[in-house]
Design a protein around this ligand. Structure first.
Ligand SMILES: NC(=O)c1ccc[n+]([C@@H]2O[C@H](COP(=O)([O-])OP(=O)(O)OC[C@H]3O[C@@H](n4cnc5c(N)ncnc54)[C@H](O)[C@@H]3O)[C@@H](O)[C@H]2O)c1
Length: 258
């Protein structure tokens, strides 16, 4: 029960990694605010958590809207248990490169993937300060560590890295830690079934996609006091993609020749 007595917000919690994180955090004792724009799967998840003996509250949240965050803050204050954990997980992608991308795509991706965590940290950090400190986990991507075919997505995740490190610096005064997870290929609705899925899998040294629970386990570590002296760090959860994928094809080729 590593989050016993704590309150956690998980954004984009109706699907994929966010849903798995919300369930895990509830099993670890947290009261979880399950936040998403998708109401019915979000409510169903909160009900499933409650039927398994956990504590969860669904809150419709559009991470790109400041008013929506203000409504969430009001709900958290009404619950009266403070706030200790925020996982900025909600994210979207549009699969066009720089030349094909529209301004609507660019604005849409940046508003969810970059403005969203910024608005979330500004809304939630004061509640964490008043609760004696907290942990923010921002979900980035390998596309925030290297070049990526979707320029707007990469720009949003690189931006989130800079934002996270700046927030780690500023919020340390309030005992609020800010760290990032950079997933590689994860089997979720965002990417499963696309051509990018197979291409990434073939370049991943562990030769498979991650399960969402393998990312959620790292989110739990960063959310809990187990990581109490970590702030401002990047944690790739990518089966070795970032460290060694450039040699993946060379290695396969050498084995075939020998
Ligand atoms: N799946 C991967 O391989 C992968 C790899 C690297 C990074 N990521 C990142 O992981 C995070 C989670 O992705 P996933 O794969 O679980 O995707 P997913 O599509 O399964 O889930 C994303 C969730 O975010 C929600 N969402 C979208 N816009 C929102 C908004 N404006 N406000 C609130 N919620 C909103 C969606 O409704 C959905 O429930 C994203 O930030 C994504 O960029 C995913």
């Amino acid at each position: 029960m590593r989050l016993d007595g704590k309150t956690a917000v998980v954004t984009g919690a109706a699907s994929g990694m966010g849903a798995t994180e919300a369930e895990l955090f509830a099993r670890e004792g947290a009261h979880v605010f399950v936040c998403d724009i998708q109401e019915s799967p979000g409510r169903e998840l909160a009900e499933r958590i409650a039927s398994n003996g956990g504590r969860a509250t669904f809150q419709r949240l559009d991470v790109a809207q400041d008013d929506s965050w203000a409504e969430l803050v009001t709900s958290i204050e009404s619950a009266g248990e403070g706030l200790h954990v925020l996982v900025n997980n909600a994210g979207i992608i549009v699969r066009d490169g720089l030349m094909a991308m529209t301004m609507a795509d660019w604005d849409g991706i940046l508003s969810v993937n970059l403005n969203g965590p910024m608005l979330g940290m500004r809304a939630c950090a004061p509640l964490m300060r008043d609760s004696g400190g907290g942990s923010i986990v921002n979900i980035g991507s390998l596309s925030g560590m290297m070049g990526h075919p979707v320029a707007a997505y990469a720009a949003s995740k690189w931006g989130l890295r800079g934002l996270s490190k700046s927030a780690a610096l500023e919020l340390a005064d309030w005992r609020v830690r800010v760290n990032m997870i950079h997933p590689g290929l994860v089997h979720t609705p965002l990417i499963a079934g696309t051509a990018a899925y197979d291409a990434m899998r073939s370049m991943t040294p562990l030769d498979r996609a991650a399960r969402p629970d393998e990312v959620a386990a790292v989110a739990l570590f960063l959310a809990s006091d187990d990581s109490s002296f970590l702030t401002g760090v990047d944690v790739p959860v990518d089966g070795g993609f970032e460290a060694v994928s450039a040699y993946r094809r060379v290695w396969q080729d050498l084995r075939e020749r020998s």
